[in-house]
Design a protein around this ligand. Structure first.
Ligand code: ATP
Length: 207
């Protein structure tokens, strides 16, 4: 049966960590999702090269959700190559699942720059946006205005803000810890930690 309620959680996942995973499971439960796809990007358009390759980031994500019901990895962006845009993925999803409710999740820090996303208005007409609070990330003026505007425009909440368990973990801090030779224990799933060690990832200090 085709899923009726689909969530998408995009990111670089360089590497995936509990700051992504705990909110993801809470969101899947809260919104009664049939599936929540973690959607690793290829080379993000707004930042430098990733520390791990696309296939390594996919490997780590797949390990992280291997025994977790309803969490899956969508590899289309990571494997497509070149710049990837959320709107293209959402349009493809909409075509694949014409009747499904689509929810797109993003952290408050990402939402603050949402007006820089390609065709962001179209994103709102395809999916409901759910903004996850993140420690230290504040609402920008744009975010506040957009939330107000969309209420008027759609008459319903197309952008929602949700409070999930907030873990002050970032991939940047993990890469820095790895480069400094510090332990990564309890920041991410153990198989992912071992993978990083085995593949000697993030040995150089990120720029
Ligand atoms: P980096 O430090 O490399 O920027 P990151 O830890 O922010 O990485 P991303 O892969 O860029 O992770 O994030 C994917 C999505 O998850 C983004 O929407 C981001 O806002 C959100 N996110 C990341 N970490 C957290 C966290 N600890 N709590 C809530 N949301 C998070």
């Amino acid at each position: 049966m085709s899923p009726a309620r689909i969530g998408l959680f995009g990111g670089t996942f360089d590497p995936v960590h509990y700051g992504h995973l705990r909110p993801a499971i809470e969101l899947a439960e809260h919104y009664a999702l049939d599936v929540l796809y973690l959607l690793p990007s290829h080379q993000p358009v707004h930042r430098g090269p990733t520390g791990a390759s696309s296939s390594q980031r996919i490997d780590m994500l797949q390990m992280a959700v291997a025994d977790v019901e309803r969490l899956e990895v969508d590899t289309r962006e990571a494997l497509r190559g070149g710049s990837t845009y959320t709107i293209d993925t959402l349009e493809a999803m909409r075509e694949e699942f014409p009747n499904a409710t689509l929810l797109f999740f993003l952290g408050m820090d990402s939402f603050a720059g949402f007006d820089g996303w390609r065709r962001w208005q179209d994103i709102l007409s395809i999916a409901n946006l759910v903004v996850i609070d993140r420690p230290g990330a504040l609402m920008s003026d744009f975010s506040t205005d957009l939330m107000e505007q969309q209420k008027k425009r759609f008459g319903v909440e197309r952008i929602e803000r949700i409070d999930v368990t907030q873990l002050e973990i970032s991939a940047t801090a993990i890469r820095q810890a790895a480069a400094a030779g510090h332990s990564l224990r309890f920041l991410l799933p153990e198989p992912v930690r071992q993978y990083i060690e085995e593949h000697q990832l993030y040995r150089r200090m990120p720029s």
